[in-house]
Design a protein around this ligand. Structure first.
Ligand SMILES: Nc1ncnc2c1ncn2[C@@H]1O[C@H](COP(=O)(O)OP(=O)(O)OP(=O)(O)O)[C@@H](O)[C@H]1O
Length: 307
């Protein structure tokens, strides 16, 4: 049963669009990626989930209970990492987290907090206002995870972290899902979403244009192939019958193409030449993502409209 449900969620700011008819559901143990460019509606959705914004229409249910804006809903079982984390700058990190932990109603959290600080290499005795951006983000992460919540709502959790700490944060997210937590992970970083998420939703201008397994999103994207010919002067032209293939770059002896669908027709054609070497750059979710925006309606139209 889904523990985080967003149903026909619409939020308008006056006449301005926030999100429009967004629907998705996440189950325990699942990490759901929430992707979209700036201003597409990720934070708006998350603030509605947290009861910090009142939806114009539609509803959100967390752990089976309807979220009412302005009222705490299951907050002891909910972990939240806001996009911008502002807490008392003059107070030591440890004390702030202690106070926030009590608000969350958690027990046994002091030990857990100590472990998390150790993993993140963070000195909790420092005043929050004296911490660097990345270290403040670690405080926000500890705040979200310290009470081992059942549902985690994370708005760009790795923003500002160095690569090592980013890995630590992703490990923590994975571990939480392994113990059964439901995770919503909003991100611009497509690499991290493909590393930890099983499914993802893609937002565009406030609408969810796709909800699919990450593997499917990657599969429906373009694939790249770079080919070096033994004859360094060769510059073959793509034959017309090779549908779904386009030249990305070409110079004598080297051809970079992008194709959709099976590789066989491309390989067959290449078999006519003396090919010295080929390379297939790893298909990044980023490539897939750009595709969605280049051809905004095709992916969702193929699957019968908005998710
Ligand atoms: N308080 C507000 N008043 C008016 N419009 C708003 C308000 N907050 C957000 N919006 C608008 O709602 C839309 C969605 O914004 P939102 O912050 O949810 O996007 P986002 O995907 O989180 O962006 P980012 O990646 O930049 O954080 C944007 O067009 C934004 O301008």
């Amino acid at each position: 049963m889904a523990t985080l449900e967003v149903e026909s969620l619409t939020k308008r700011y006056g006449s301005a669009r926030g999100v429009e008819l967004v629907t998705f559901a996440i189950e325990p143990g699942e990490i759901f990626g929430y992707l979209g460019p700036n201003g597409s509606g990720k934070t708006t959705t998350i603030r509605c989930i947290m009861g910090l914004l009142r939806p114009t229409s539609g509803q959100v249910r967390v752990l089976g209970r309807r979220v009412v804006a302005g009222r705490a809903t299951e907050h002891t079982r909910l972990g939240y990492l806001p996009g911008e984390f502002h807490i008392w700058p003059g107070i030591r990190a440890a004390r702030s987290l202690n106070v926030l932990g009590r608000l969350g109603g958690g027990r046994r959290i002091a030990e857990r907090r100590r472990q998390l600080a150790e993993r993140f290499d963070l000195d909790l005795r420092r005043r929050v206002g004296d911490l660097s951006k990345g270290n403040r983000q670690k405080v926000a992460l500890i705040y979200a995870f310290q009470h081992e919540p059942d549902v985690l709502v994370l708005d760009e959790p790795t923003a500002g972290l160095d690569p090592l700490m980013r890995q630590t944060a992703l490990e923590l997210i994975r571990e939480s899902a392994e113990r059964g937590a439901t995770v919503l992970l909003s991100s611009h970083d497509l690499g991290e979403v493909s590393a930890v998420c099983g499914r993802a939703g893609i937002l565009r201008e406030g609408r969810l244009i796709e909800v699919a397994p990450i593997s499917q999103i990657v599969q429906s994207s373009e694939h790249r192939l770079t080919v070096w010919f033994a004859d360094g002067h060769l510059a073959p032209r793509l034959p017309g019958e090779l549908a779904g293939v386009r030249v990305v770059r070409q110079k004598p002896g080297v051809l970079e193409i992008a194709y959709q669908g099976p590789a066989n027709p491309v390989l067959k054609w290449l078999g006519r030449f003396a090919v010295e070497r080929i390379a297939t750059p790893q298909i990044s979710l980023e490539d897939a993502f750009i595709q969605y925006y280049r051809q905004p309606s095709s992916a969702s139209a193929a699957r019968g409209g908005d998710a």
